[in-house]
Design a protein around this ligand. Structure first.
Ligand SMILES: [Zn+2]
Length: 464
């Protein structure tokens, strides 16, 4: 794929006029951004071709959203953009976030099952196809369309609106780290932060008919831990009774057979209780009494599916292994990488301590490679932020049931969550097939849903 070197291809995309933009126009603008393959590279300075691609996207944003981009975006991190639309008051600022970068696609994308070329930005039969349509350019476009259309109408925000468009969410998120530092330095205490994460889902909650708008009110922590076992090595013809890989294998086996303790947190209880009345039969009856059945659920949920298990406990995935350099050489060192997702309410220390205890072998060394704690849980119930989110959902997806959840994956919001209450929700409809396509083949979004997404952001902004 050749990166676009300028934004001359944007000429045919209509700009936003007064009033709500037509969903078809929003789709065209999304397709234009999908055609710029902003694949995020690993940490480090951008190679020239990557810098050119992100530069092209910046130029496209300038053309598509001139009124928003007139607010002098400053660069944060490698290609992140942070801007402020001044409000009548700076007392309760909001931070709206969406990231510009996407994950790569394999060279043989057709073999992976893509119906359309991933960076072609094809619009067909009411859908926009391509990498980034859901994660996260779709959300970026509806957020920008809402702002641009409101500014065109002469709307002045009652509160400061900050817009943060990270450029490396998929490779750790240093842009968001730097933006958080800048905001803190300037004394900005966000009243509300809104980023990707949840969505208007279909089929996400077993037994629930219709749409559920799931809003992430916290996200799990992450820790990467290396396990190392050292040994003497030597010739494979005279192996010792216990080898470095053998000792490591025993440790890994113990980790998998002794999972972290399960417990159902309050957010999950609220989610199940809210869904209960919409679910018929025995399942609905159980969920309506979720609070009383907490211990039963903690035992039952991990057996239902890996997702259910991840909802109720800290999880540990064994991701990378290494041993000897040759097939007839004994390993002098065996290593394994663990990717740990820390449950809300627990901590990185607690998670690592559990694993250390379970392994119980002084020959196994532990090193924490990187870590971020679970995010604070943002307010729900009768909190005005939660009410505002509910109103914006009611005006864009009137049939949807709004429920809180703890996000299992990670988002840029975790880097800002210490500054103010963060919510993770993209106002786009996603069925189970679409959710599987995030980071996978055939990522696509419905044109109609893009229109509804703009309605959501407009309602949210007007309700500030
Ligand atoms: Zn994302």
């Amino acid at each position: 794929m050749t990166p676009v070197s300028d934004a001359s291809g944007m000429g045919g995309v209509p700009r936003v006029g007064p009033g709500e933009p037509a969903a078809a126009d929003v789709a065209e603008r999304l397709a234009a951004l999908v055609r710029i393959p902003t694949v995020t590279p690993p940490p480090g300075p951008h190679p020239p071709e990557v810098a050119a691609t992100f530069g092209a996207q910046r130029a496209a944003l300038d053309i598509l959203y001139p009124r928003v981009m007139a607010h002098e975006p400053e660069q944060v991190g490698r290609a992140g953009l942070l801007l402020r639309i001044p409000g009548a008051s700076a007392e309760r600022p909001v931070v709206l976030m969406a990231h510009q970068d996407v994950v790569p696609v394999p060279e043989d994308w057709a073999g992976e099952g893509w119906e359309h070329e991933p960076f072609a930005g094809v619009i067909q039969d009411g859908w926009v196809f391509g990498r980034g349509t859901l994660d996260d350019k779709g959300a970026l476009v509806v957020m920008m369309d809402a702002l641009e259309s409101l500014l065109t109408e002469g709307w002045a925000p009652p509160q400061d609106v900050w817009v943060l468009m990270g450029a490396d969410e998929e490779s750790y998120g240093d842009c968001a780290v730097q933006a958080a530092a800048l905001l803190a330095e300037r004394g900005v205490e966000p009243w509300m932060i809104l980023d990707e994460g949840g969505a208007v889902t279909l089929g996400a909650i077993a037994g629930l008919e219709g749409e559920a708008a799931v809003i992430g009110v916290s996200e799990k922590g992450i820790a990467s831990v290396t396990l190392t076992v050292d040994a003497l090595g030597g010739h494979a013809s005279t192996p010792p009774r216990e080898s470095a890989p053998g000792i490591l294998a025993r440790a890994l086996r113990r980790i998998e057979t002794h999972p972290h303790p399960a417990s159902v947190n309050d957010v999950t209880i609220e989610m199940l209780e809210a869904a209960g009345p919409r679910i018929t039969g025995a399942m609905g009856a159980v969920l309506r009494r979720a609070r009383a059945l907490r211990p039963v659920l903690a035992r039952a949920m991990p057996r239902l599916s890996p997702e259910m298990a991840a909802m109720v406990r800290t999880t540990t995935a064994i991701t990378q292994l290494s041993g000897s350099v040759g097939h007839n050489v004994l390993a002098t060192r065996a290593t394994a990488m663990l990717n740990i997702r820390v449950a809300a309410g627990s901590s990185v220390d607690e998670a690592v301590e559990h694993i250390r205890r379970v392994v119980g072998d002084p020959r196994v060394g532990f090193a924490l490679v990187e870590a971020s704690e679970p995010s604070p849980v943002s307010p729900r119930g009768d909190d005005p932020r939660w009410a505002l989110l509910n109103e914006a959902i009611a005006s864009s997806y009137p049939e949807a049931l709004t429920v809180p959840y703890v996000m299992l994956a990670a988002s840029d919001a975790r880097h800002l969550a210490h500054l103010g209450p963060a919510y993770r929700f993209a106002p786009l409809r996603m069925d189970s097939q679409q959710r599987a396509a995030v980071h996978g083949p055939n990522e696509k979004v419905e044109v109609a849903s893009l229109g509804q997404g703009v309605v959501f952001y407009r309602a949210l902004l007007q309700g500030l």
